[in-house]
Design a protein around this ligand. Sequence first.
Ligand SMILES: Cc1ncc(COP(=O)(O)O)c(C=O)c1O
Length: 400
Amino acid sequence: MSSAIPATLAIDGGTPVRDSMLSFSPPVLGDEEIASVIETLRSGWLTSGPRTAELEERFAARVGTGHAIATSSCTAALHLAMVAAGLGEGDEVITTSFTWPATTNAVLHAGATPVFADVDADTLNIDPDGVRALVGPRTRAVLPVHFAGGPCDMDALCAIAREHSLLVIEDAAHAVEATVGDRKVGSIGDFTCFSLYATKSLAGGEGGVVTTRSEQAAEQLRLLRSQGITRDPWRRQLSRSLGHYDVTVPGFKANLADLQAAVALPKFDRLDDMHRRRTALVERYDRGLEGLGGIDPIGRSPFGRHAHHLYVVRIDPDAAGGDRDRYAAALTAENIATGLHFLPVHTLTWYRENLEAVSLPATEAAGETVLSLPLGGAHTEQDVDDVLAALRKLHAAFTR
Ligand SMILES: Cc1ncc(COP(=O)(O)O)c(C=O)c1O
């Protein structure tokens, strides 16, 4: 890594700030994960079994709710939650367009219709006033996303839901460590869906978890993730029962394998340490960005603890001398990977062509200006300093 900052940008043929690419969000994998996977391989039980059950127990205990049901992804968790809640044809779900397409696709796969409310221009979380204005006779649920790990205004959203008898289904793919006041995300809505995708803090590679207080909904979710079959292979082996089974609902194939649970499980003990680590890196970014006009972190939610899953800045092209895409391309040339969270769903082809047209000024403005900088438990202070050095280099060149 070079310490001197060359004047010529790497995109123009200069020397990059780093010799090798800084990954956007490398996984935190230690000896514990390797040992856990080997132990699972040696156990001879690869699919859903004791490790998945252990992950479910630990997850429910951590967030302080009755039930955690592991699934193949957060997308599947969202989909199954909506099916378990009885949502379908003719039902409307008020949600945000400022999300990964998974959120919207899950609504569509359940047969329901997504209705987009705009986001708060500061935090980029769904605006409760926008939700309230959209509630109509077909509205059945509100589906907020805790963007980047910042908790939504759940008190306001739950109040709207209570007033209109709506379900609250939360997309907490970014928000394992988040709280609302002193309540953990996962213990608030009717269903809360988490991701174990490779970049998430409880990464299993792929996977998801849905939490609920309802015993009945939990039972339905367990059926729905396994074809609706009333026999669980692992429990059947334990009980040495006959292989008879029945189907009480045509379910899906959306279970989590023990091999994936084995990768995620050791991370429970490190979650709080890793969160502290990311928080320190966030503070380092915040300090380093002061003085770089036009490059500002998005607002932090005042409603509870931020999970700090993503570090998102907004780039004002006038003040920063270049737009988001110009910065992203030049950062890549400097060997700094970036992320784009998100392009508004309603602007993407299928949704534009098939859903009712909608104007969401704050969502659309964010979609053009946001850029996510590398942030993960495996990153070092030096990594953040390299990103800041690259940003300073670009800013100086673009505003010259
Ligand atoms: C906000 C949001 N919701 C849902 C998902 C889907 O998660 P998964 O990949 O586990 O299905 C993602 C993926 O990163 C996400 O960012």
